[in-house]
Ligand binder design. Sequence first.
Ligand code: PLP
Length: 421
Amino acid sequence: MIFYVDFQDKSAKFERRKPINTILTMYGKFQKYLQDELKAIDEAGLYKRERNIASPQSAEITLQDGSKALNFCANNYLGLADDKRLAEAAKMAMDARGYGMSSVRFICGTQDIHKDLEKAISEYFHTEDAILYAACFDANGGVFEPLFTAEDAIISDSLNHASIIDGVRLCKAQRFRYANADMADLEAQLQAAQACRHRIIVTDGVFSMDGNVAPMDKICDLAEKYDALVMVDESHSAGVVGPTGHGVAEQFNCYGRIDIFTGTLGKAFGGAVGGFTTGRKEIIDMLRQRSRPYLFSNSIPPMIAGAALEMFKMLGESDALHDKLVENVNYFRDKMMAAGFDIKPTQSAICAVMLYDAPLSQKFAAKMAEEGIFVTGFYYPVVPKGQARIRVQLSAAHERAHLDKAIAAFIKVGKELGVLK
Ligand SMILES: *Cc1c(COP(=O)(O)O)cnc(C)c1O
């Protein structure tokens, strides 16, 4: 007998299960295992807690308890996260094209504005085509497997983002790793990979812990010498580095020498959500055929496509936000160095204040929070052993008074903790 469920039968009641004594079930054992692991994470000081913000993301934020803080740990590099014009564009797109797409791109999840946005991304990066993803994590997760096989080689910077590492894991290509931005090591790895059919060098544009920039000109030179493709993830660099903030390709004048760019709409580009891959026509074409996060995951909503289009329009009209960001970075770095702090030579909007001591980095960040300044303390395993630091992220949303308040707090806490004499 075939039993059909009557979806309309609202009278159908399911017998509620009684709570089961979890100790006697499989979950009881698993629960104990998780509890022990979580305790170990907490005891190692690595337990992540969230900050609950009850205002828009901005330079100055209000927390759930009503207190205010200055935010120096968002990726809001151009200060667009609470931009009125972008919010307005998002509302207009929602009015005109609805709330959601309820589809992957290739079935029925593409609107005119999705295509327009892909075109705007290609124009921004001077490439032939672009493909949207729900996030850059997906762009990186879906870029290698469709393009490379066991006959090929992926040569990856040791400090590349987790999503690149995961993307490479999903692909059968041979893996080579070079020390961060170390061109001698890259050359050695290229030599080791010469027997492979195709080679690709993969790097972040800006590395998120030191704020250093990948030497794209030298990477492209080596790629030409050893016949390799080049891919750069511009997530922390687009909108930030280069004379007009167009990223590392602009900074090193490498247009035409980079085959694949990936990036996010979640950092400088408005901070909402969304990612993309852009580059040579056939590469993007192949991703549309075979890239799994594109084929099997939902389309970005119309409001994001509409607002992102407006964002590229805004950046095309004026470099003022980028100019202000650069001014803020220079001001902050110079004042902090003059105060006696040990600053990594930043080439981006990321400024690493070196403390070298893990507990000190946590104490420092906590005391800064008491002063109303949000910064992040990082230590091993996020950064190498003995390289603990405070990471500061500057934004065009910061006004001079915000920067001065943060610098004054750094000096106060630095003296209290004996970092400054
Ligand atoms: C933030 C970041 C990502 C992830 O971007 P999402 O769009 O938030 O998924 C990928 N790569 C790099 C280098 C990043 O910094």
